[in-house]
Design a protein around this ligand. Structure first.
Ligand code: ADP
Ligand code: MG
Length: 695
């Protein structure tokens, strides 16, 4: 078998391949484009395209595609063969510079939130040279951004790239004040991906899993995750075979798959890559999700990426590890070991604290979705209230700065900014609290609210832009300072005081926290519908416009799309539920009741002296349950029929949440109760026990 070193990146047109395949001057020009994050010089595009095609053809590739990330949150591709007809009825294989740089998919069916009407459907895609081209399933994929002809972003990548620019611009200004002449600052991201694996045969028998990706019914099995015996447990051979193949597929694409383990819930697992630049990490995470599904299929498994596929056990998320790194490789959230480094660290730290406090609503909306609503705040995932965990030590340091007192650590230390060195923060002091949505873990932050199926782009757009805005304000102020040291000190103290309410090191799952957060004036946006309107809040439109990340029009489009998507997801779930309840569960229950009645009659016929009390008791429960289920079906059906179809998206979304989801909960409760008393042989589809413990 090929070594990992030989395998790694073998399907990527990466730096080494470029160097090998491109003329020296072209390589240098392309390298500069990538390093400076600029647009490609059109005069070199032809040579790059030619080299790319030659390399790809050498690997048996026949087609290319612009690979992009429309607002549906998944990836899109349309394959074109390299062939061009020539005289004599023959073809040659060609790929031009303009085909590399720009594509025009007929993209009328992608959601645009009104940015583009279907009659002017043609958006265009533009190469993002900072993310390497790669070969997937025999097709050369060019990572691109997707825009309308008016220049509006129709995808998740464009605002991400813009937010990275904004962050870099402001961070470089701040660094200059510390005498650091870094030219660029890039957000680094390492997304830990959680997922479930279930047996494909079993999966096929559940319409809810097939159509919605999550179970809409299912009574709790006798055993769930209460023994904590799955987390980090021995990996079963079938799962291990899946993981090994997954790793190899990811390595071929240059994805730094590093860690694999079992997660808390039965059948739940995690893969964590080594971090990389935010836009590449986003591309890689999209690819990871796609490949997880494909590889699972080859092993007779199905990979579930839904946020809450099963009630009663943990859901899946994506821990978005985030930091800022200079072009010279310095992590700006590394406390450092000189007084100067410490002061600079504190300023960047405070910028993140300010950003999270000021943009709680945007962080919440960046992880919003019908699926994640079942997970956030469900006593296992971060609550819908955004707060930050800094660990005792760092919190004590900020407190000492705030109060102008000495910091009492292991030894008594004074903390004068710019004079003293911060102590090192041992990982185990900072990584204990798993209940916090936004935790400092030694030299990076971990945003844990992101849903497992989501693109990480949205969350990183908000973090980058929020931090860029805080840094901009700091730079505006400090660039004017006469005494930098004194102004820096005042600024840090002031900002800590203004934003310390967002810091919470306690148990984020507790009900006391909900009360305490309210007292502190923190936002609590429990559902997606509560969160989405913050996208078009005038202050937020200003924020995104100020940094040229998203315009008001683009934000309105995203607002519409999110609401529409929420309505559609719940409508599909409701229809699936109705079909299963009406055509599978209720008939099974009635049949079971009929058999029971017949059996009781048979007993009595045989000899009236025998008791049919057990029959009668069970029959009473079955028929009562059946009528509860039948009422539930009717209520749900009415809720679906009465969707105000002509109303605006927000009104419809509120109806979905308040009427449809509530009715769905009742149907489920009735059915799950019945599942526990109906004859096992009569139950129409596999249960949780088979799904969760069947692999
Ligand atoms: P865990 O949190 O599971 O204990 P680690 O903290 O080692 O594990 O890493 C979790 C993720 O954080 C990995 O994807 C890792 O690459 C990423 N990570 C580590 N350092 C940084 C950083 N400076 N910026 C962004 N992500 C990082
Ligand atoms: Mg972690």
């Amino acid at each position: 078998m090929e070594t990992v070193e030989a395998l790694f990146g073998s399907n990527v047109f990466n730096d080494a391949v470029m160097q090998q395949h491109l003329p020296k001057d072209i390589y240098r020009a392309l390298r500069k484009t990538i390093d400076d994050g600029r647009r490609l010089d059109p005069t070199i595009a032809g040579a790059v395209a030619h080299a790319m095609k030659e390399w790809a053809i050498g690997k048996g590739v026949t087609h290319y595609t612009h690979w992009f990330q429309p607002l549906s949150g998944i990836t899109a591709e349309k394959h074109d063969a390299f062939i061009t007809p020539v005289a004599g009825g023959r073809v040659i294989e060609s790929f031009s510079g303009s085909e590399l740089v720009r594509g025009e998919p007929d993209a009328s069916s992608f959601p645009s939130g009104g940015l583009r009407s279907t009659f002017e459907a043609r958006g265009y895609t533009a190469w993002d040279p900072t993310s390497y081209a790669f070969i997937k399933d025999g097709v050369l994929c060019i990572p691109t951004a997707f825009c309308s002809y008016g220049g509006e972003a129709l995808d998740k990548k464009t605002p991400l790239l813009r937010s990275m620019e904004a962050l870099s611009r402001q961070a470089v200004r701040v660094l200059k004040l510390f005498g650091n002449d870094a030219r660029r600052v890039l957000p680094s991201v390492g997304p830990e991906q959680e997922y479930f694996l279930v047996d494909k045969q079993t999966w096929t028998q559940r319409k809810d899993l097939v159509f919605t990706g999550r179970t809409l019914f299912g009574a709790k099995p006798p055993k769930g995750q209460e023994l904590d015996d799955h987390y980090f447990g021995v990996i079963k051979p079938r799962v291990q075979a899946f993981m090994s193949e997954l790793n190899r597929e990811l390595w071929k694409l240059g994805i730094l798959a590093k860690t694999e383990h079992n997660e808390a819930a039965p059948a739940q697992h995690e893969m964590a890559p080594i971090y990389t630049v935010a836009n590449v990490a986003t591309d890689h995470n999209q690819l990871t999700m796609e490949i997880m599904k494909k590889v699972a299929d080859r092993h007779g498994l199905v990979c579930l990426l839904a946020e809450k596929p099963f009630d009663g056990v943990n859901g899946s998320g994506k821990h978005n590890n985030w930091s800022m790194t200079t072009d010279t490789g310095t992590n700006l959230l590394e406390p450092g070991d000189s007084p100067y480094d410490s002061a600079q660290f504190l300023l960047f730290l405070v910028a993140v604290i300010k950003a999270v406090d000021e943009h709680q609503d945007l962080l919440r909306v960046s992880v919003a979705g019908a699926g994640n609503d079942h997970r956030l705040g469900a006593n296992e995932a971060p609550p819908a209230i955004i707060s930050m965990f800094l660990g005792d030590e760092l919190t004590a340091i900020l407190q000492a700065i705030d109060q102008g007192t000495a910091y009492i650590g292991h030894e008594k230390e004074e903390m004068a900014i710019g004079v003293h060195v911060l102590p090192k923060f041992p990982r185990d002091n900072t990584d204990r609290n798993r209940t916090s949505p936004f935790a400092f873990t030694g030299n990076k932050f971990e945003f844990r609210s992101v849903g497992s199926s989501a693109s990480i782009a949205d969350a990183n757009v908000v973090i980058n832009t929020g931090v860029a805005d805080a840094l901009m304000r700091f730079a505006d102020e400090l660039e004017q300072a006469e005494d930098f040291q004194a102004s820096l000190h005042d600024l840090i103290v002031r900002e800590i005081r203004a934003h310390k309410r967002i810091i919470f090191n306690g148990n984020g799952y507790s009900t006391e926290w909900v009360r305490e957060a309210k007292k502190r004036g923190l936002k609590n946006l429990p559902t997606t519908v509560d969160a989405i309107p913050s996208l078009i809040d005038p202050e937020n439109i200003e924020l995104f416009s100020r940094h040229r990340v998203l315009s008001g029009t683009e934000l309105h489009a995203r607002y519409e799309i999110l609401l529409e998507n929420y309505c559609k997801v719940i409508a599909i779930e409701a229809e699936t539920m109705l079909s299963m309840a009406r055509r599978e569960i209720l008939p099974a229950v009635l049949r079971s009741a009929g058999d029971l009645a017949a059996s009781a009659k048979a007993v009595k016929d045989y000899a009236p002296v025998f008791s049919t009390l057990p029959h009668e008791k069970l029959l009473a429960r079955l028929t009562l349950g059946a009528s509860r289920l039948s009422d539930g079906i009717e209520t749900l059906s009415n809720a679906v029929i009465s969707v105000p179809r002509a109303a605006d998206a927000l009104t419809r979304a509120i109806h979905m949440r308040d009427r449809v989801l509530t009715a769905m909960a009742e149907v489920r409760a009735a059915a799950d109760e019945l599942e526990t008393i109906v004859d096992k042989r009569d139950w129409p589809f596999p249960t949780y026990a088979e799904l969760l413990f069947g692999v």
